[in-house]
Design a binder for this molecule. Structure first.
Ligand code: ATP
Length: 300
C-alpha cells in the first residue's frame, strides 16, 4: 500500500504480513509512517494505491464483516475524567450500535477483569495512573470478542511501571490467541513480547519477519583473544572463515557454517593459545539501529 499526502509520501509500497496468532511489533522512528499504515489497515484512511485483507476479508468490501472482530487503540478513546473506569466503559459500550445491551454488564466486567482493573473499576478516571488509563483504553477495545488487536504506541508516555503493565497485558492477550499488531518507536519496550517484527523507515518497510528469521540474517562474528594472532589468523583462513582481521591480540572473522568446536579444535592443534574465544550474533537492537539509524533510547 501507498499513501501520499499532497506531495509527501507517508507510506511507500508497503507489503506487510501479520501472521495469525502473532504479536507483530511494528517499529520505526516517529514520522516513519506507522500510524498512517494502521489507519489504512483499519479503513480510516484511503490508500493512494494498493489494497489489503483483514482477517481474510478483502478491504474495503469486508470492512463491516471484519472490523467488528478487530479492537483498536489509535488515539485512545475519549474518557471522562470525572467518571469512573466502569462508568466510562458503560458509556462507550452504550454508544456502540453493534453491542447488545442485554450482555453489556457482563462484557464490561470481563473487559475490566481482563486488564486487571476490576479493583479500581469505581475509581475516577482522573485518579488512574497512566498505565491504568492505557489499560482502560485496551479494556474499551475488548468490549466485544476480538481476533485482532491493533495498538498504536500503547506505551508512549508511560513510565517503566506502566510500560510493564501494558506489555504484560499484551502478552496475556496473545496467550489467549488474539493476534496483536503493536507499534512502537522503541524496540526495547516490546521486543520481549513480539514473535514478529516489521521495521519502517521513511515510509518503507525495510525488514519484516519472525524474531528468529531477523536474528539469523545477522552475521555472527568470531572473536579470538590470543598472544598468537598471526598463527590464529592463518588457521582461521585455512578453515575457510571469511573476513579474517587482526587487531593487536584480537582476531575476528565471520565463521559462516564452520562449527565453533571445529574452529577451537583447529586452533588448539596449531598450538594457538586462547585467552577468549567467542561467537556473537549482533542483537536485534543492532539490527534496528542499522536499519533506522535510530539510537537505542534508554528510559527510566
Ligand atoms: N493527514 C496528514 N496530512 C499530511 N501529512 C501527514 C498526515 N498524516 C501523516 N502525515 C505525514 O506522514 C508521515 C508519516 O506519519 P505517521 O504519523 O504515519 O508516522 P508514525 O511512524 O506513526 O509517527 P508517529 O509515531 O510520530 O505517529 C509524517 O511525515 C507525517 O507528517
Amino acid at each position: 500500500m501507498t499513501k501520499v499526502f499532497g506531495s509527501q509520501s507517508a507510506v511507500d509500497g508497503l507489503d506487510m504480513r501479520v501472521p495469525t496468532g502473532s504479536v507483530y511489533g511494528f517499529l520505526g522512528p516517529n514520522g516513519s509512517g506507522k500510524t498512517t499504515t494502521i489507519r489504512m489497515l483499519l479503513g480510516l484512511v484511503t490508500p493512494t494505491a494498493g489494497d489489503h485483507d483483514v482477517l481474510g476479508h478483502h478491504m474495503p468490501d469486508g470492512l463491516t464483516t471484519a472490523l467488528h472482530r478487530v479492537g483498536s487503540l489509535i488515539e485512545g478513546p475519549a474518557f471522562h475524567a470525572h467518571l469512573s473506569g466502569l462508568a466510562n466503559l458503560r458509556r462507550l459500550d452504550a454508544a456502540d450500535a453493534r453491542s447488545d445491551a442485554a450482555t453489556s454488564e457482563q462484557r464490561i466486567d470481563s473487559a475490566l477483569d481482563r486488564v486487571g482493573l476490576k479493583p479500581a473499576a469505581n475509581k475516577r478516571f482522573r485518579a488512574y495512573s497512566l498505565g491504568m488509563k492505557q489499560r482502560l483504553a485496551i479494556a474499551a477495545a475488548l468490549l466485544a470478542p476480538r481476533d485482532l488487536l491493533v495498538l498504536d504506541e500503547p506505551t508512549n508516555g508511560l513510565d517503566p511501571q506502566g510500560t510493564r503493565e501494558v506489555r504484560h497485558l499484551v502478552g496475556s492477550l496473545a496467550a489467549d490467541g488474539i493476534t496483536v499488531l503493536i507499534s512502537s518507536h522503541l524496540l526495547a519496550e516490546i521486543q520481549q513480547i513480539c514473535s514478529h517484527i516489521g521495521v519502517m523507515r521513511a515510509g518503507r518497510l525495510v525488514a519484516q519477519g519472525s524474531i528468529e528469521e531477523l536474528r539469523s540474517t545477522q552475521t555472527a562474528q568470531l572473536t579470538v583473544h590470543t598472544p598468537d594472532p598471526g598463527p590464529a589468523a592463518d588457521v582461521l583462513t585455512r578453515h575457510g572463515l571469511d573476513q579474517v582481521r587482526v587487531d593487536g591480540e584480537i582476531v575476528t572473522a565471520a565463521p559462516g557454517d564452520v562449527l565453533p568446536e571445529d574452529i577451537s579444535a583447529a586452533l588448539a592443534r596449531a598450538g594457538v593459545r586462547l585467552r577468549r574465544f567467542a561467537i556473537d550474533r549482533p542483537s536485534l537492537e543492532d539490527l534496528y539501529v542499522s536499519l533506522t539509524g535510530e539510537g537505542f533510547e534508554v528510559r527510566g
